[in-house]
Ligand binder design. Structure first.
Ligand SMILES: Cc1ncc(C[n+]2csc(CCOP(=O)(O)OP(=O)(O)O)c2C)c(N)n1
Ligand SMILES: [Mg+2]
Length: 370
């Protein structure tokens, strides 16, 4: 078995299409690609749940269904080499960024061909070639990293004279806005003109606690960003075209002016917080109410109304995606478990002398201890 490639050629093509926009116009091709990506995430997540129930996936596992438009719509609005960092509900971001379903599923199965050699699991999708810097389990901890990633790119350009103007995307949940680290990241970014865009995927719950019960001024989250002098917007995260229309110019403004941004992206998750959540804190009616506004059904409806999709072409797309995910399950199943020596590799960027059995593992960095 060969190492899983980390890029999906089809989605790369769509991303490069969006990375050199002549305008912010949404083409039919873009809509079809978004539909494909959102449906891929949904199918992938459905199969992930099955695999988890069959104990093929261990540890914590957080499902993204319902939120697909958030990752797909925002990632479509940035360049392939703009850095992205997110929390533990990360399968959708990984796939939208271009990771193959094979590498993503194998990671969850704890196998060597996973994106992090099976050592990260569901919460730690990492894909440097696609500029995805995790997958982080500590609530809010990824937000200063997002600021750091944007700072590094700004430093490269303004101090070292290399590279280009970039933005970073730092995704977080509504629960994470209560964390101190998040406020430090906002403050730092505002003071130093760091073009990091903080995207709150506001699904209304922090585990089983509704937003009104866990945060003050819950109906006006953008006041958090505004209080630091950061340009802040509220966007409907269930309609991918509206989302893109509002988010794309917002990104370009942050990039151009080298300023942070704050987005309250309203969304909803269909599944429990994690695979072990009995969901006693919300009613079935509430979930059904949101399913009526489903982002995939909405985009599909638009494409059918405009005649750009037919029942048959939709069936064909679903079939192709099902096959792709089925192949990913097989790939993950057949990929070998990591050797026990892997316990000592990829742990530190600069390992102490002889700590790593490979002793030369430095990720290309100069290790002063070796
Ligand atoms: C610092 C820290 N505190 C608590 C937890 C436990 N915890 C894991 S997820 C979570 C809820 C976060 O909710 P939110 O940020 O809204 O993200 P969502 O799960 O809704 O995507 C909590 C409290 C944690 N992982 N890290
Ligand atoms: Mg939440």
């Amino acid at each position: 078995m060969t190492q899983a490639p980390t890029s999906q050629s089809e989605s790369k093509a769509a991303q490069s299409m969006t990375s050199q926009p002549t305008s912010f116009e949404i083409t039919t091709q873009m809509k079809l690609e978004w539909l494909r990506q959102m449906q891929l995430i949904r199918e992938f997540e459905n199969r992930t749940m099955q695999a988890y129930q069959q104990a093929k996936i261990g540890g914590f596992c957080h499902i993204y269904t319902g939120q697909e438009a958030c990752a797909v719509g925002t990632i479509a609005a940035v360049n392939d080499d703009d850095p992205v960092v997110t929390a533990y509900r990360d399968h959708g971001h990984a796939l939208a960024r271009g990771m193959t379903p094979d590498a993503c599923m194998a990671e969850m199965f704890g196998k060597i061909h996973g994106c992090a050699k099976g050592k990260g699991g569901s919460m730690h999708m990492f894909d440097k070639p696609n500029w995805l810097f995790g997958g982080h389990g500590i609530v809010g901890a990824q937000t200063p990293l997002g600021a750091g990633l944007a700072f590094a790119e700004k430093y490269k350009l303004e101090v070292m004279g290399e590279g280009k103007k970039k933005v970073s995307l730092a995704y977080l949940g509504d629960g994470a806005i209560d964390q101190g680290a998040f406020h430090e990241a906002l403050n730092y970014s505002a003071v130093h003109d760091i073009p990091c865009i903080f995207i709150i995927e506001n699904n209304g719950y922090s585990m089983g606690t509704a937003i009104h019960r866990h945060t003050a001024n819950a109906d006006n989250l953008i006041s958090r960003g505004q209080s630091y002098g950061i340009n802040s917007v509220e966007i409907d995260g269930l309609d991918i075209c509206d989302l893109y229309n509002e988010f794309k110019p917002f990104v370009e403004q942050c990039r151009e002016n080298s300023r942070p941004g704050f987005v309250d992206l309203k969304t909803y998750r269909y599944q429990g917080h994690s695979m072990s959540d009995p969901q006693k804190y919300r009613t079935k009616d509430e979930v059904e109410e949101y399913k009526e506004k489903d982002s995939i059904a909405r985009l599909l409806g638009q494409l059918m109304d405009s005649g750009d999709m037919t029942e048959d072409s939709w069936k064909a797309m679903q079939k192709e995606i099902k096959e792709q995910v089925r192949a990913a399950m097989k790939f993950a199943e057949e990929s070998p478990a990591p050797e026990s020596s892997e316990l000592f590799t990829d742990v530190y960027a600069n390992p102490e002398k002889n700590l790593s059995p490979t002793a030369v593992y430095t990720h290309g960095l100069n290790n002063p201890l070796l």
